[in-house]
Design a protein around this ligand. Sequence first.
Ligand code: MBD
Ligand code: FE
Length: 309
Amino acid sequence: MSKSLMNTDAVRELLHKAAGLDNEAGDPRFKRIIHRLASDACRLIEDFEVTPTEFWTAMSYIAELGRSGEVGLLVPGLGVEHFLDLRMDEEERRAGLGGGTPRTIEGPLYLSDAPLAEGEARLDQDPEQGEALFMEGQVRDTDGRPVPGAIVDVWHANTKGGYSFFDPSQSAWNLRRRIRTDAEGRYRFRSIIPAGYGVPPDGPTAKLLTAIGRHGQRPAHIHFFVEAPGYRKLTTQINLAGDRYLYEDFAFGTRDGLIAEAEHHEDSTEIKERGLNEPFSTIQFDFTLNREESSLPDAVVVREHAKAA
Ligand code: MBD
Ligand code: FE
């Protein structure tokens, strides 16, 4: 099978019509996108000599991916969510913005409307043998001025790599809070050191990754949205230094400037001062927000989120 059907008038006409390009109704840009999508699928089938059985296997896979709720997991795994970040970075650079904390992927496990706290919060609610973590820092603008009243929306996994709500063994809102920065732009919270995340081993994402010789592991990380009026919303994460997957994140979320060193404290006086019986860790991390710039695409990404009842 060497003759190209793609370059025949019959197939050209088929794809043109299939995308609604021969009518006046509908949305012109959307038609062009659908035309490209269907054409690329046909070209792929032709170039790789995809058999009908292979094709329908792929369609079953997509349907299964949807049913499993793992669309948002495969997308970062294939590097596409990071690509969106690279594009936004580029547009900001072209608009002259720079100096803000790097963005990185949101991932699929955010839950909106976490409990709101003033200045400080405790995130861990469930009994777990996790090492206590005290994290604090300041939100500033690119001129170094503190940003009071910023909302630091933080979420992370427990010691088994699970996120509350998605992991029904955890209590509602465990390891999720919104913290409003104080008059000096500071936030702080107490939590536990998270474990890295691994994709569900029996799901469709793991199936695809295995088939291309990859793993589905992420380094231990903590997610943040940082928002304040007049500033571009920051979507980011810190990744914990020393994790074996730090530079092998299956989701490509690790970036320079987002690697945080957790300082381990074993001194018994310090332990007592914190009201603890065991060693603990501290992380100091400041966030720098870019000014809002009306010419840029919105930094607030509208996407479907799970809603806790
Ligand atoms: C995560 O916790 C995550 O942050 C991403 C990007 C993908 C899967 C799980
Ligand atoms: Fe995550």
